[in-house]
Design a protein around this ligand. Structure first.
Ligand code: ADP
Length: 253
């Protein structure tokens, strides 16, 4: 049985009169990629940001790697990696300088080139953040989550707005990070992405978890109810055509 690394129990969050998160409970296991899925406004980011210690909860309990969020938020911060908002990337600094700046804030020894290698951005070491393509920006932002060698990283819609090649490239990167032993929590509303990446998903709607399991189990459960998808007439889709014509490799420059 996998070890539980995050335990969320009966989490509630209200913004004034409005209850955005209505009592959700879930566990994340060490070493898995756990997805929070749901439509816009479901409460995914709110939940993520509460676990990240960036937002206050209204009630409920959260334990991260044995640390209680109420008692030890600073200890939790040390073992998690959070994607920074683009606005945090000072426009005048290049990627190496930005990594050194963040490493200094975390009080961590980091080799910027080694980190850039991990996310395939060595060539861009001297480039400024604003000079990167969309996919490169996302890869850099994921690199920054790794600076403090976290046990868990949080990715909030990391592939939104990316082209198909850049998305696939980012999937490979996320799978690779997990292979190194890091637990990953990701939000997405791309179901194909969740199916490829996630060991388990929680589907959130209207502030409540309405299903939680592996993608394969959730699909099997639906099929067991007698559900059938309309038969696919074609053996490929337009994305297959696009990838076939333009290639799998990244061309962001
Ligand atoms: P998701 O990430 O699933 O799209 P959010 O967690 O961002 O959902 O938002 C959940 C609900 O809470 C939404 O209805 C949103 O408008 C509301 N909400 C989020 N942040 C705030 C805030 N700071 N003040 C008031 N309402 C908020």
């Amino acid at each position: 049985m996998a070890k539980t690394i995050i335990q969320v129990k009966d989490l509630h969050k209200s913004y004034g009169e409005f209850e955005a998160v209505k009592g959700i409970t879930f566990d994340v296991y060490e070493g898995e990629i756990f997805g929070l899925l749901g439509p816009n406004g479901a409460g995914k980011s709110t939940t993520l940001e509460i676990i990240e210690t960036l937002r206050k909860k209204t009630s409920g309990s959260i334990i991260v790697d044995g640390l209680n969020l109420d008692a030890d938020p600073n200890e939790i911060k040390k073992i998690i990696g959070v994607q920074l908002q683009a606005s945090g990337f000072y426009p005048g600094l290049n990627l190496v300088e930005l990594i050194n700046l963040f490493a200094g804030l975390y009080n961590e020894e980091t080799d910027p080139m080694e980190l850039l290698d991990k996310v395939n951005l060595r060539d861009k070491a001297k480039a400024k953040y604003k000079e990167l393509s969309g996919g490169q920006k996302q890869r850099f932002s994921i690199a920054t989550t790794l600076i403090n060698k976290p046990k868990i990283i949080f990715l909030d819609e990391p592939t939104t707005g990316l082209d198909p090649q850049a998305r696939r490239n980012l999937w490979d990167l996320i799978l690779d990070i997990r292979k190194q032993g890091t637990t990953v929590i990701i939000t997405t509303h791309y179901m194909d992405e969740a199916e490829v990446l996630c060991d388990r998903v929680a589907i959130i709607d209207n502030g409540k978890i309405i299903a939680i399991d592996s993608p394969a189990k959730l699909i099997d459960d639906l099929v067991d109810t007698g559900f059938e998808r309309p038969v696919q007439v074609k053996k490929a889709n337009l994305e297959d055509v696009f990838i076939n014509l333009t290639g799998y490799s990244i061309r962001e420059d």
